[in-house]
Design a binder for this molecule. Structure first.
Ligand code: ADP
Ligand code: MG
Ligand code: ZN
Length: 629
């Protein structure tokens, strides 16, 4: 879209310039008389000219039109006088090589001055217009050929590319919450600082360090920090930059990169997103992936060839280790693996602390509480949270970033943008209020459910019409069956509340049902928690860092038709039992359900304090007037 827009606007620009020039030329021809050079000389000698300007290629000035017929033919004089004898008119003439011109000008005693060539625009245009046309043509062609042309222009660059960054400016102080990974890499830093100490003992430093972790956990950041900490140059490239249209270009780049690095040792070579380059080589009969394989082979060759004791350390990052070619991972290549986990509670707090360093923070901001409310957030998400909060505070003309700004930023990140002006009919608002109140009350009643931190019925982009945010008391790595069942109950709380109150159900529970079903399915097929199906594991978990990562583990069923059916039955039973439990809970709490829904309709958002205040008032006293007749 961009390309086409640009070529159009360039075309219009060129056209506009041409039209303007033509106009200018036309207007000029109306007011300025063009003289032959011989006429110019004659008139000069006759004293009819004054205020003469000498250009590179033209001469201009004023012509006295009185008594022209004495010097020129009568016809020509009339033409120049334009019907009115007397008065002055502008004239111009084309300048020709004339050695005696200045002498003549002196002799005529006129005022004359030189002038830089005023026709530069024309000259420029005569160069630019054809170039512009070629460019537009090229754009059109490039679009037709679907990007192949840009590949063509890139080839020549492979040699001249500079991968080097002298100083990354990042240190370990900028990295928080991943202390184990940091400790692992301290050794590399140490080696780069004092290689002698290691060489003296004959030890071999690892050649390649592979950073593994989910997106946003700080892999790139950590690699840059290692370079910054060691004070060595940093050569960085992304795996996808090696993959080119033409066979051999990527391989040439790899050679180039290693050659440059060797000259700058000690240094670090960092290949980001290694998976783009290092995918498992396949038996490829069609030969379609030749280029990538050649590049990978070249990388393997270079890795074998270079001597880490010279001080070049290779680092790479990936979030899909399971698809990497085994040859990359064997000893002598990327043999040191550093795993970056999503940060835990303490880690999240530390990362937040790093990112608020440059922010004017209100004293009341509780980073610990924020960390507790952001389970599953990676470093990049936390950085984003701080930034959003800062922007929101700025937008509301606050002097400092306060907790309210963080609350709003979090709502926005988790739920998407508020759609305040989406108009909901009252019945829909009531439905949403009861739905969220149902989630909340069930969460309060289940021993193992995470406490609710915030309930909102403001429509949002991602979260839909409302949401209930729960905060786990601590990070969890193991979940018991009873805990999973409690989670399913909470998910069903919304739907059951609708059913009880309205005797009818809405589409608002779609996402809840999906998640509850997934959870029930996992309990049965992965965790061996089913009564009737027992311990076998029927389905494998997807790749470790990405949802649905390991393609091979998906879509392949390793059980019989009968089992498939039994699984479906079991899921159904699990959910039905949960629904019944939830119904009992909510029926017993009907008064509070009404009260909470009413409060939500009034306040739209309830935080923990407001919830506590509500829950601790006596539920037996008559609840606020139920909203429904
Ligand atoms: P990855 O390469 O793993 O996808 P990045 O290293 O690009 O993630 O992280 C993106 C941003 O997130 C960083 O620039 C940094 O601002 C922030 N970030 C990520 N992890 C951390 C961390 N452990 N400590 C501090 N900031 C972090
Ligand atoms: Mg990265
Ligand atoms: Zn819901």
């Amino acid at each position: 879209m961009n390309v086409s827009n640009r070529s159009y606007s360039l075309g219009y620009l060129a056209l506009a310039v041409l039209v303007m020039l033509a106009l200018q030329y036309y207007v000029a021809s109306l007011t300025i008389d063009t003289l032959a050079y011989s006429e110019f000389k004659t008139l000069l000698k006759a004293g009819k000219l004054r205020d003469i300007t000498l250009g590179e290629s033209s001469i201009a000035g004023m012509l006295d039109t009185a008594g022209l017929d004495q010097v020129l033919s009568a016809e020509r004089a009339k033409a120049l006088q334009h019907g009115a004898a007397g008065g002055a008119r502008q004239f111009a003439t084309v300048r020709i090589a004339d050695a005696g011109l200045v002498t003549d000008l002196d002799a005529a005693h006129v005022r004359y001055a030189g002038q830089p060539d005023s026709r530069w625009l024309g000259t420029l245009l005569s160069w630019v217009a054809p170039a512009l046309m070629v460019f537009v043509l090229w754009l059109v062609l490039a679009r037709r050929m679907g990007g192949t042309m840009s590949g063509l222009t890139e080839i020549g660059k492979s040699k001249a590319r500079v991968y080097l960054q002298k100083q990354t400016g990042v240190t370990f102080a900028d990295v928080a919450g991943i202390d184990e990974a940091r400790a692992e890499l301290m050794e590399v830093v140490d080696f780069l600082r004092t290689p002698e100490r290691y060489q003296r003992l004959g030890g071999k430093i690892p050649k390649g360090v592979l950073l593994l972790g989910a997106p946003g956990t700080g892999k790139t950041l950590l690699a840059r920090a290692v370079a910054g900490e060691a004070g060595v140059p940093f050569f960085s490239m992304s795996g996808s930059e090696f993959v080119e249209l033409f066979v051999g270009v990527g391989a040439a780049r790899v050679r180039d990169l290693f050659a440059q690095a060797e000259q700058n040792a000690p240094c670090i070579i960092f290949i980001d997103e290694l998976d783009a380059l290092g995918k498992t080589r396949s038996l490829n009969l069609a030969g379609g992936q030749d280029e990538r394989e050649q590049t990978l082979n070249q990388l393997l060759v270079e890795m074998d060839g270079f001597d880490p004791n010279k001080g070049v350390i290779l680092m790479a990052a990936t979030n899909r280790p399971e698809i990497l070619d085994a040859a990359l991972l064997r000893p002598g290549r990327f043999d040191r693996h550093v795993v970056l986990d999503r940060p835990d509670l303490k880690g999240r707090e530390q990362i937040l602390r790093v990112h608020v360093r440059k922010v004017r923070l209100a004293a009341a901001v509780d980073l610990h509480a924020l960390a507790a409310r952001t389970p599953g957030f990676a470093g990049a998400d936390l950085a984003n949270l701080v930034n959003e909060a800062t922007l929101l505070a700025a937008r509301h003309h606050k002097d400092m970033v306060d907790m309210e700004a963080f609350d709003q930023a979090l709502d926005r990140i988790i739920g998407g943008l508020e759609k305040r002006n989406r108009i909901m009919i009252p019945l829909e608002r009531q439905t949403v209020a009861y739905h969220e109140a149902g989630h909340t009350l069930v969460a309060e009643h289940r021993k193992h459910a995470d406490p609710v931190a915030r309930v909102s019925i403001i429509p949002r982009g991602i979260a839909g019409l409302g949401y209930t945010q729960q905060t786990p008391a601590e990070d969890r790595y193991l979940l018991r069956r009873s805990e999973l069942l409690d989670r399913i109950d909470v998910l069903l709380g919304g739907r059951m509340a609708e059913q009880i109150v309205f005797g009818d159900v809405s589409t608002g529970a779609e996402n809840d049902l999906q998640r509850a079903t997934d959870m029930a399915r996992q309990m049965i097929t992965q965790y061996g928690m089913s009564q009737s199906l027992g311990l076998p594991c029927y389905e494998r978990a997807p790749g470790p860092f990405l949802p649905g990562g390991a393609a091979s583990a998906r879509g392949e069923r390793e059980y019989s038709e009968w089992t498939a059916r039994a699984i479906d039955d079991e899921i159904r039973v699990t959910l039905a039992q949960a629904a019944e439990r939830v119904r009992q809970t909510l029926l017993a709490e009907r008064a509070r359900l009404d009260g909470l829904a009413t409060l939500l309709l009034e306040k739209e958002v309830l935080d923990r304090a407001a919830l506590d205040a509500f829950l601790h008032t006596d539920a037996t006293q008559p609840a606020a007037e139920p909203v429904l007749s």
